[in-house]
Design a protein around this ligand. Structure first.
Ligand code: SAM
Length: 228
């Protein structure tokens, strides 16, 4: 049972800021759900789907709209975020809610598919990212697919400064006041990795090579599959 009150201000703040920061965020959950919905296992009627790091519920709302037949499990270690998601999905009575991390969930081969949007980026690469990905892989049935979206470490090029300036411009045009987030600097509390490191981690976790399906600046989406 979750005790904290969903705060409308907190929900509004998160949902506004994330759209001001990430070009395409508004359609990201829609695309992610649509992609998983076409996967070999999760395409089936009544498939069991894990939303790992559900936050305020963006992927859950979209899953409910596109695939009301899915049996959803939603997890997030933040009582505040989870309470907001529960409030928004209150009419959908059948979601299995857990206030915990993927690592602590201990779900072995239970799910036909999983979504993890903007979670891995905040975990340090000191074994924590690998534990998270290993737990996600283990939670899937063999052949189950994972949709993973995260901020990746930028590939540097002579034109990187212009791209970084464009992100600042996007934030200003979206109404961000103050300095916003700087693509060229370290983003506090984030631990982005490059594609080579991600490929090594998912391989160690028991997942296929990542297949890219989305990119806006350094926010990238990948489709992965648990190896048999
Ligand atoms: C930036 S929010 C993204 C929320 C949502 N997926 C979205 O796209 O708006 C990241 C969420 O991941 C949750 N989180 C952090 N570590 C986690 C873990 N190990 N397992 C599951 N969720 C985690 C945080 O509590 C937070 O709510």
């Amino acid at each position: 049972m979750l005790s904290s009150d969903p705060s409308p201000a907190r929900q509004a703040t998160y949902d506004l800021v994330v759209q001001q920061l990430i070009p395409g965020y508004a359609s990201l959950a829609r695309l992610s759900v649509s992609l998983l919905s076409s996967s070999p296992l999760a395409s089936g009627e009544g498939a069991a789907v894990l939303v790992a790091g559900c936050g305020t519920g963006a992927e859950l709302l979209e899953a409910d709209a596109q695939r009301p037949d899915w049996r959803l499990t939603a997890i997030d270690p933040s009582t505040e975020m989870l309470a907001v998601a529960q409030q928004r999905l209150r009419d959908r009575g059948t979601i299995d809610w857990h206030c915990t991390t993927v690592e602590a969930l201990g779900a072995d081969a239970r799910f036909d598919g999983a979504l993890s949007v903007l979670v891995l980026q905040s975990l340090p690469d000191d074994g924590t990212k690998l534990s998270f990905l290993t737990a996600l892989a283990r939670s899937l049935r063999p052949g189950g697919q994972l949709v993973l979206v995260d901020l990746m470490r930028p590939e540097r090029s002579p034109l990187s400064a212009q791209v970084a300036e464009a992100w600042q411009g996007f934030q200003r045009a979206s109404g961000v006041v103050g300095e916003g987030v700087d693509l060229t600097g370290q983003i506090q509390g984030f631990h982005p990795i490059g594609i080579a490191r991600l490929t090594a981690l998912v391989e160690a976790a028991g997942l296929s090579d990542p297949a890219p399906f989305f990119q806006a600046l350094d926010f990238q989406g990948f489709l992965l599959q648990r190896r048999a």
